[in-house]
Design a protein around this ligand. Sequence first.
Ligand code: AMP
Length: 112
Amino acid sequence: MSEPSIFTRILRGDIPGEIVAETERVFAIKDISPQAPVHLLVIPKTQEYRDVTELAAGDPSLLAEMVEVAKGVAGGDFRLLFNTGASAGQTVFHVHAHVLAGGLGEKSLVGA
Ligand code: AMP
């Protein structure tokens, strides 16, 4: 068994975290270092998938459930981001989607 990730530890209540939504297989928390007025993380309860490519290959329905939860917590239009790999900024290797919303404007992320 791998060490519990920081997100697993939040889910278990071992460390503090604000869980804002939960389904049988997915939960959402507030990011501790928000980069937008709304910045949430949507996370599968299993930590077996390191990144979105592994998740898409291994359990596409779980990925779809994450998108559904993201839509629910965003409360309107939103940006969904998966950092994939350390050199792309991924720091936690328990797949998670960043949900960014609120005051993003209409500018595309590319070049933003
Ligand atoms: P990434 O860099 O894509 O792997 O995203 C990891 C995210 O987890 C970052 O945006 C961090 O701010 C966030 N994060 C790290 N520790 C915590 C924590 N204890 N509670 C909430 N968010 C966290």
